[in-house]
Design a protein around this ligand. Structure first.
Ligand code: SIN
Length: 294
């Protein structure tokens, strides 16, 4: 019997960067087999840190294989609002159909679940069904977004912290009682505006569509009278959130059934383009638990 070693497998990965700043397509890798190969997993992890989002085509894997691959990077977690596959806890079903046109939460630039004290490490998203055209997903490199901020802005935001809310996002369309119950279960989280990536030590601009306000802006240094607070804080937060929209930081991926994207949620934001109704789009996402941000 021929035994293919990890080293042999890892040497065979073909890596094609998709832009100058973010995203690479990996070929000659089968994620079902990768789940049994520690060397290959280590190689994929290193590539994830480098490119921030990895793409794989033709991954005709089962749900169990999808989960097994993602589990190499940490425990999986369900979503409090979007349901999971009943037989595969942690495999969230992002299914859109003509019957659910208003159910649209992914077409905003966001980092997944920053309303958690410990936002996810990353996600492995597989396309089950997609429209013939449309329904792309975009990612932005938030390390680059921080690095290219003007110096005076960097000085101003050093040490600032922000709240992130599920209540004001997923909860907003709910009747008040449900919304308050959701908030009781997931109180708003607080994170540094500039996060340090726990593995690479890079500085990351860490505010997104879930961020509602700064928690420590209202100091004599920034605010003389009350009116300085809203213009200063709200405009600054809005400016920072808008950085993900800069094309130089982005990659855009066109899905096909069995395409997979694996992103580092600690250094990126993403946006699912909602241009395809009334077509169906079915995605399954394994969300991997992360760590506290400090
Ligand atoms: C997500 O926002 O996590 C899902 C992205 C997508 O459906 O393309």
């Amino acid at each position: 019997m021929n035994v293919i070693t990890s080293a042999a497998l890892t040497r065979s990965i073909h890596v094609e960067p998709l832009t100058c700043t973010i995203g690479a397509e990996l070929s000659n890798v089968q994620l079902g087999a990768a789940a049994h190969d520690a060397g290959l997993i280590a190689e994929i992890r290193a590539l994830l840190l480098k490119h921030r989002v990895l793409f794989f085509r033709d991954q005709d894997i089962s749900r169990a294989e999808h989960v097994a691959f993602a589990r190499h990077f940490g425990e999986l977690e369900d979503h409090p609002v979007v349901g999971s596959d009943p037989e595969h806890p942690g495999l969230v079903r992002i299914y859109k159909s003509p019957e659910t046109p208003a159910d649209r939460y992914e077409n905003a630039w966001h980092t997944d679940a920053t309303w958690r004290e410990k936002p996810p490490f990353g996600c492995v998203l597989r396309c089950v069904e997609c429209p013939p055209v449309g329904g792309d997903t975009m990612w932005a490199n938030m390390v680059e977004a921080y690095a290219r901020l003007p110096g005076d802005i960097k000085a101003k935001i050093a040490g600032l912290r922000a709240r992130h809310s599920i209540e004001a996002s997923f909860g907003a369309a709910m009747p008040m009682e449900r919304r308050l119950a959701l908030k009781a279960q997931f109180p708003d989280a607080e994170h540094p505006v500039v996060r340090t990536h726990p593995e690479t030590g890079e500085k990351v601009l860490f505010v997104n569509g879930f961020s509602t306000h700064f928690t420590n802006f209202h100091t004599p240094e920034h605010v003389r009278f009350g009116q300085d607070y809203q213009p200063g804080a709200a405009q600054l937060l809005s400016y920072l959130i808008s950085q993900a929209q800069i094309p130089e930081y982005q990659v855009r991926f066109r899905w096909k059934p069995n395409s997979v994207a694996f992103w580092d949620n600690r250094s990126t934001q993403h946006y699912a383009v909602m241009d395809y109704p009334p077509c169906h789009r079915k995605m399954e996402r394994a969300g991997i638990m992360g760590e506290a941000t400090f």
